[in-house]
Design a protein around this ligand. Structure first.
Ligand SMILES: C[S@@+](CC[C@H](N)C(=O)[O-])C[C@H]1O[C@@H](n2cnc3c(N)ncnc32)[C@H](O)[C@@H]1O
Length: 339
């Protein structure tokens, strides 16, 4: 079995400044790499609420024998209701390690990897929602192109979208089924790069960006992140901490925007297309400027040593933020914690 390396483990948990008696949330449990370290630093009265939308992750957590850990099968955008059900009013900190886990990528039946032949599923929560294969049956060229350019910044988005639709229509005619497997989809994308004469110079597999874009779309990952980031300030105790690890520039720009002072807008220097600039400018991060807000206190990249041991960490970026309250109108009630 492959060893699982939690990305930026010490920096992200140090960033939470763990109070041994506090209540923490790991909103992306995965295989619990970060959760286990939070539990190590909590005392006997501390608590950890772990969330994952993937039933396999939840099943894995159920084998951890620790009464301080509570696991929830849910989307992290439902954080308010998750905490309400547990009668928790405020938390001390939250960890977010975005994207897919190594076990999700390694399991060919999940359809996340173009390196493994399997059904084109890509849902993190296999109990609900549309698989990528089902979505592709009805999607038109424009819809596919938008997903690839918005979430993957794929330069051949239009050609790939046209080729995917052609292949799908052909398969539907012959086999009465659209594109069903990861290999079929990866082949279509690979052929586009070959036809453009761009295959040889690529360092990554040509399907890398497209697969990431489809995954983000199928799991509604951008909206999930925005919804959660909006909720966090109201759910956190004063000086509460949040550590967010992202692997994608769109996610990181969102996190950065939520941790910026309100008067600072989106910078045009952030290398965005006009469409992206309009999108980021339109995100309303707070109900009003006097609400408590998260301020970035640290930004960390993985060390060369970490990247050598765990290649997956190479695109990671950690931002640590703290809940602050800037003006008199903004009173944070430090309600008593209950669990
Ligand atoms: C990168 S992995 C986390 C790995 C984990 N930190 C560890 O060390 O094992 C991300 C996990 O978050 C879950 N996830 C992603 N988006 C989610 C969401 N919106 N709600 C709940 N879980 C989510 C995925 O299913 C996946 O298991």
């Amino acid at each position: 079995m492959k060893i699982h390396y939690p990305v930026l483990l010490n920096d992200s948990i140090d960033g939470l400044n763990i109070d041994p008696d506090g209540i923490y949330v790991d909103a992306t449990f995965g295989r619990g790499g970060h959760s286990k370290e939070i539990l190590n630093r909590l005392g006997p009265t501390g608590n950890l609420v772990a969330i994952d939308r993937d039933p396999d992750a939840v099943k894995y957590a159920s084998f951890i024998n620790d009464s301080r850990l509570q696991i929830c099968h849910d989307k992290f955008s439902n954080l308010s209701s998750i905490l309400k059900k547990k009668q928790i009013t405020k938390i001390n900190g939250l960890l977010l390690d975005l994207g897919v886990s190594s076990p999700q990528l390694a399991d060919e039946n999940r359809g996340f990897s173009f390196l493994k032949d399997g059904p084109l599923d890509m849902r993190m929560d296999t109990t609900t929602g549309k698989t990528l294969s089902t979505w592709l049956e009805k999607a038109d060229v424009m819809e596919i192109q938008n997903v690839l350019s918005d979430f993957g910044e794929e330069r051949f988005s239009k050609s790939i979208a046209i080729a995917v639709c052609k292949k799908r229509d052909k398969e539907l005619l012959i086999k009465k089924e659209g594109i069903k497997t990861t290999t079929e989809l990866a082949d279509v994308i690979n052929k586009i790069y070959i036809s453009k004469g761009k295959r040889k110079q690529l360092l990554k597999h040509p399907a890398t960006k497209s697969f990431q874009a489809f995954r983000i779309f199928i799991n509604d990952e951008i909206d999930e992140l925005i919804l959660l980031m909006k909720k966090i300030p109201k759910l956190m105790k004063k000086n509460g901490r949040i550590s967010v690890i992202s692997f994608h520039s769109i996610e990181d720009r969102i996190v950065k925007k939520f941790m910026k002072p309100p008067q600072k807008g989106v910078s045009r220097l952030d290398q965005m297309t006009p469409k992206q600039y309009a999108f980021f400018s339109s995100i309303n991060i707070r109900d009003n400027n006097s609400s408590p807000r998260i301020q970035q206190i640290k930004k960390v990249f993985p060390s060369e040593d970490e990247i050598r041991i765990n290649k997956r960490s190479r695109s990671a970026i950690l931002r640590v933020g703290e809940l602050i309250c800037e003006n008199e109108n903004c009173k944070i009630r430090n309600e008593k914690q209950t669990i």
